[in-house]
Design a protein around this ligand. Structure first.
Ligand code: SAJ
Length: 431
């Protein structure tokens, strides 16, 4: 039973992780200030609205803003707990850029007081929490800093990565287990007390560096396993085999669970985080580096295969099914499906139709290609060839009878009921 006072919380960064996190903390009864450098985002949230799409987030934000539990600002204010949820991209050399984290820490240092807790949630290279600690120590020599001061420190600093899945963020924020890494065990215990307020999953304490590595390892694990599936699909193409049949059968083994091939790996996490490990230990991570290259190269393989099939059918209208980086979301950022569709649009222009139920209009890059956005019904009427790039439920639900007589390049393997009469060419013609 927690009997201490509910802390005032400041969440820095109001993106896909920061905003839902701020809203969930506010729902638990803490007063939350959300801080973002973008004044437009701040205004939107203060109106009780949201600037990102996520299931049930609109109602939650509207409620906590109306009850004055959440407000937004461009300026950090004194608080009891500071949660950093800013982006950590990589630069053009694939080196991690933690400048947003350090800039957030600098703004916190200006208002930090004895008793406060700083928690870094952004996915970060190993050692970043130590760098935050060192920066705070430099900027605030008046405070006793954990791991530096011999005596009881004035503030606590910890690393606690999010591990939520877009589309299920609110549920997973509450129910997933969390790893909480303190600069010292005392820091971890302070952060644990905070997370227990709104996390129902188990919270496990460790040291900051292990928690940082844990987050990177989770996404690298998935990347390596998707790379295995993508490599298999290219091997199967070469051998004239149906990869979906091979995976389906292999997965009947009690200890085999091969993931699904596709046009590559999209989003901002799995395609980025493994590079942080490679950067930290380049000579020790050939498998992780190769997996990244396999997944990045898969889109080019799909473009080459699709182009050959399209060139073989010069009169056919081509339907590219999906732009999103994964199923049932409207996020097209870093999407291999979009990369493939865009390149095919550039090559085959007015013969290309894009089918994306989650888009109201085509992204700007498609402007001069001649490609058009159409709905599923029009595609089933107009297109002679369908290329499945995203496994949206709306695509999976198209019955076989409506796909008969279509040439299909099923990059996502969503139509297993369609007999594969020409696996070598990866085209299926039924009818
Ligand atoms: N993908 C495949 N085949 C598969 C599974 C996924 O091609 O069998 C592709 C998807 O289509 C997508 C990409 O991989 O393009 C990533 O999708 P995802 O659903 O695997 O993961 P994300 O990026 O939405 O979220 C991941 C999650 N990490 C893990 O599952 C280990 C999530 O829990 C993390 O919180 C998130 O990254 C993050 O923020 O780091």
């Amino acid at each position: 039973m927690l009997v201490d006072k509910k802390p005032d919380v400041c969440v820095l960064g109001l993106g896909y992780i920061g905003l839902p996190t701020a809203a969930v903390i506010a729902r638990s009864g803490c007063k939350v200030l959300g801080v973002d450098v973008n004044a437009g985002v701040v205004d939107t949230i203060n109106r009780g609205e949201i600037h990102i799409e996520e299931v049930d987030l609109d109602g939650l934000v509207q409620g906590v803003v109306a009850r004055k539990m959440l407000r937004a600002s461009t300026m950090v204010e004194p608080s009891d707990v500071f949660v950093i949820a800013v982006p950590t991209p990589f630069d053009k050399n694939r080196e991690p850029d933690i400048s947003y984290v350090l800039s957030a820490a600098t703004s916190i240092a200006a208002v930090l007081k004895s008793g406060d807790t700083i928690i870094l949630e952004s996915t970060s290279p190993v050692g970043t929490t130590d760098q935050v600690r060192d920066l705070i120590a430099k900027l605030r020599p008046d405070l006793k800093i954990p791991g530096i001061a011999g005596e009881t420190p004035d503030v606590s600093i910890a690393y606690c990565p999010e591990r939520v899945l877009p589309g299920r963020i609110l549920e997973e924020l509450t129910n997933n287990d969390r790893s909480i890494g303190g600069i010292t065990p005392r820091c971890a215990r302070k952060a644990l007390t905070f997370y227990k307020r709104f996390v129902r999953g188990e919270c496990i304490t460790t040291d900051a560096r292990s928690a940082e590595m844990t987050k990177l390892v989770e996404n690298a694990f998935r990347d390596v396993n998707i790379a295995f599936a993508n490599e298999l699909s290219m091997v199967a193409d070469h051998m004239g085999l149906n990869v979906w049949e091979v995976i389906r059968l292999a997965n009947r083994h009690p200890r085999v669970n091969i993931l699904q091939p596709g046009p590559g790996v999209g989003g901002h996490c799995i395609a980025v985080d493994p590079w942080f490990i490679v950067h930290g230990a380049p000579d020790q991570s050939p498998l992780i580096r190769t997996a990244r290259n396999v997944n990045d190269g898969k889109a080019d393989h799909v473009i080459a295969q699709a182009s050959a099939k399209i060139e073989a059918e010069p009169k056919m209208i081509i339907g590219c099914m999906g732009l999103a980086f994964k199923a049932n979301i409207d996020d097209f950022r870093e999407s291999p499906a979009k990369k493939v569709a865009l390149e095919l649009s550039r090559r085959f222009g007015s013969r290309v139709r894009i089918i994306e139920p989650y888009a109201a209009e085509l992204p700007a890059e498609f402007a001069k290609t001649g490609a058009r956005l159409i709905d599923i019904d029009s595609a089933l009427l107009d297109c002679g060839m369908l290329i499945t790039l995203v496994d949206h439920d709306a695509f999976k639900a198209i019955p076989l009878a409506e796909r008969t007589n279509k040439l299909v390049y099923d990059v996502r393997g969503i139509w297993h009921d369609q007999p594969d009469v020409s696996p070598r060419k990866h085209l299926r013609l039924v009818g």
